[in-house]
Ligand binder design. Sequence first.
Ligand code: ZN
Length: 126
Amino acid sequence: MRGSGRGIARIGGGQFRCPLCGLPQDRVATLEHDWVLLEPGMRVPAHLVPARHRWIELSDGRVAMYGVCPVDGTQRCRIEHRLACAEQRRPDLWPCLTTLRDENKRMARRQEPPPPPGDDPLPDVG
Ligand SMILES: [Zn+2]
């Protein structure tokens, strides 16, 4: 793992190295006077990014959560590095699909197993 043991190393220009994977990430101010760490050099069409994970850039350099629905097909957005980091656990990006997957898992467990292939001899019926 690159960067392990070095902590957060600032590499200039608002970029920091991820302490987990060692790759650079952009530290950008949000409208809410907070900071978010974004994947550098990446502008993804908003419709390809799950809702509540779409950051759009404002003219003053800050970012804001994109909440337009339905999504404007031309809108590009940025994504948080933690969504793309190979060393971090991903959040549940599609909760409704997770619920469906869990329900399908339960349904699959409830199904009766098929009878084992038998090589038992046929009963003697006379
Ligand atoms: Zn990382």
